[in-house]
Design a protein around this ligand. Structure first.
Ligand SMILES: Nc1nc2c(ncn2[C@@H]2O[C@H](COP(=O)(O)OP(=O)(O)OP(=O)(O)O)[C@@H](O)[C@H]2O)c(=O)[nH]1
Ligand SMILES: [Mg+2]
Length: 559
């Protein structure tokens, strides 16, 4: 829970870090990206209340940092030339020296040896004479971080930044300014022996709006007489109020001796008045900083954590769903494959049945035709006997069309009756006998293939059937009148073939269309074509038989 904004930030951090570790362990097992947590942890660890220690060169900044955190000699001081790189001191479980490759940005630090730090931080940097080059030069300056196991830092959740002196060199000025801007609060050090130079006041005037919380320290107070102390504070306050900020609070000016405090620390003299004085300042700073750390840092962090957890939750949910789906699919897969294989085999078998139906239909046609040819002379004999004046011209009739014209209407009727009688008595049973055997099976096979195709393509059978039926029926039944001899439709389409026309043809067209649309399984494209073949037999077949009859009759008559 990140509820309590009133709780100190370090406390919150202490609570949150193990939570993040836990979350990270949980997430590791899911294989999710950990970047979010890594960066959150980094931010959490790096999110310090930054207190910058600023001042002109040799004001005792490094000494002050050492005394404040209670580790004498940590920051190299009294060195010539002077502090050249900013150094951030913060809490760590053990003392470590780290160098940043990215201007002090989180995650850019690498551990170095202490000697390297000591040498590096005090190294004389090349003077930047031109102001234009200062920014660029400042960005190239190394950035150090020192981690120390100081409970003071841990408790306060503060990092203290030792900066290069101002008013000395353009690039150092840039560094100091950028640290002042980055900081949440700053301590500006003055020298009691040369209080408030014009340069210092000018700098402060320029930076006052950029520095969030300012504390002033008159350092090296041990170098002036005690009776001067109060007037020094008053003097500085007056100048600040008249030249920088009219309402600067008096409590924010403190008189110190960092040098003496550091010495007392070295001696282990906890009752040293300078050290006591410093502790008082530290308490004030801590109080103020903690209040701000809570309101600023916690709010900031809350937002970040909320964002991160929301994102993690989303990722987890997605992952969970994916896994569930995948698992379900995996468990279903063998069954599905088996089913698919079975269905495919069945559909193939069904197609074969349909093909057989075509073959049988052809045989039926063949047998029908043979029987008709055999019966035709007899039919015509009967016709001739009944209709004596059937041929008005009595000449040779060269083709079926002329045959129709040659015979009288009564003769036509008579012939039709003769043929009708034969088809009814002899022809239909031949067709029926051949078709009956396979039609039921074909019907069922086609139904199954339909369902299979429907499942595979997702196209609803009904949807297409309605559209196709009309066209199919038009194609199948449209040409029922054959020439002028109108053989009644039900004569040939009666019975089983009629069933075939009514049922199979629309389906056949449907499957053919489905086969073409889907084109996904060649066997079914083939099946579509084969089934379409049955349809062609039923549509063209009947017409063909009718035409053949007409021709045969004409031929016979013409003889
Ligand atoms: N007498 C006295 N000397 C001090 C005090 N604080 C620092 N010094 C001395 O002042 C000199 C400069 O101290 P540093 O701490 O290096 O000062 P700085 O501001 O860090 O200097 P740069 O980093 O070079 O700008 C050293 O010789 C210190 O011993 C103090 O309170 N009293
Ligand atoms: Mg220094």
């Amino acid at each position: 829970s990140v509820q309590a904004a009133s709780r100190p930030f370090p406390e919150l951090r202490k609570e949150l870090l193990p939570l993040i570790d836990h979350l990270e362990a949980e997430m590791k097992s899911t294989g999710l990206t950990l970047e979010l947590l890594v960066s959150l942890r980094q931010r959490l660890k790096d999110e310090h209340f930054r207190l910058a220690v600023l001042g002109e060169f040799k004001r005792g900044k490094s000494t002050f940092v050492n005394a404040l955190i209670g580790i004498p000699g940590l920051m190299p001081s009294a060195t010539l030339p002077c502090t050249s790189a900013p150094t951030e001191v913060l809490y760590g479980e053990k003392q470590r020296f780290l160098l940043s490759s990215g201007n002090g940005l989180p995650g850019t630090f690498q551990e170095r040896r202490e000697e390297e730090f000591r040498k590096g931080v005090a190294q004389a940097s090349k003077q930047t004479r031109k102001k234009e080059e200062a920014k660029e030069a400042a960005s190239r300056v190394p950035y150090w971080r020192v981690e120390v196991p100081s409970p003071l830092l841990e408790d306060a959740g503060v990092s203290i930044i030792d900066t290069p002196g101002i008013g000395e060199d353009h690039s150092r000025d840039e560094i100091a300014k950028s640290e002042a801007r980055r900081a949440d609060a700053a301590v500006l050090l003055f020298d009691a022996t040369q209080l408030a130079s014009l340069e210092e006041l000018k700098w402060l005037k320029e930076m006052k709006s950029k520095i969030k919380d300012l504390f002033l320290v008159i350092n090296k107070a041990d170098c002036v007489e005690e009776w001067e102390h109060l007037s020094l504070i008053e003097h500085l306050l007056e100048r600040i109020r008249s030249e920088v900020t009219g309402d600067f609070p008096a409590e924010r000016i403190s008189l110190q001796s960092a040098g003496k405090a550091e010495e007392a620390l070295e001696r282990g003299d906890r009752h040293d008045p300078w050290l006591q004085r410093l502790h008082e300042l530290r308490a004030t700073l801590q109080e103020e900083l903690l209040a701000r750390a809570n309101t600023i840092k916690v709010t900031h962090l809350r937002k970040e954590i909320r964002g991160t957890t929301a994102q993690i939750r989303k990722e987890l949910q997605k992952k969970e769903k994916d896994e569930k789906d995948m698992f379900q699919n995996l468990t279903r897969l063998p069954k599905k494959a088996k089913e698919a294989g079975k269905a495919y085999e069945q559909a193939k078998r069904d197609c074969r049945i349909a093909v057989n139906t075509v073959t049988n239909a052809k045989r039926a046609q063949q047998r029908f035709w043979e029987a008709f040819e055999a019966a035709l002379p007899e039919i015509l004999d009967r016709f001739k006997k009944r209709a004596k004046d059937w041929n008005a011209d009595k000449g040779v009739i060269p083709n079926p069309k002329l045959f129709v014209e040659a015979i009288t209407p009564q003769a036509q009727e008579s012939l039709i009756r003769e043929i009708e009688q034969w088809v009814e008595a002899e022809g239909t049973p031949i067709l029926a006998e051949e078709m009956e055997r396979n039609l039921e099976a074909a019907k069922k096979a086609i139904e199954r293939v339909a369902r299979y195709i429907e499942r595979q393509t997702g196209i609803e059978e009904e949807h297409l059937t309605a559209k196709v039926r009309e066209a199919a029926l038009r194609g199948a039944l449209g040409g029922s009148a054959v020439g002028d001899i109108d053989i009644p439709e039900d004569l040939l389409t009666k019975g089983i073939p009629a069933m075939g026309l009514g049922y199979i043809v629309p389906h056949i067209v449907l499957y053919y269309i489905l086969g073409v649309i889907s084109g996904f399984l060649n066997p079914f494209l083939l099946a579509g074509a084969l089934i379409a073949g049955i349809g062609l037999f039923f549509t063209g077949g009947t017409a063909m038989i009718k035409n053949k009859i007409k021709e045969k009759v004409a031929e016979e008559i013409a003889k």
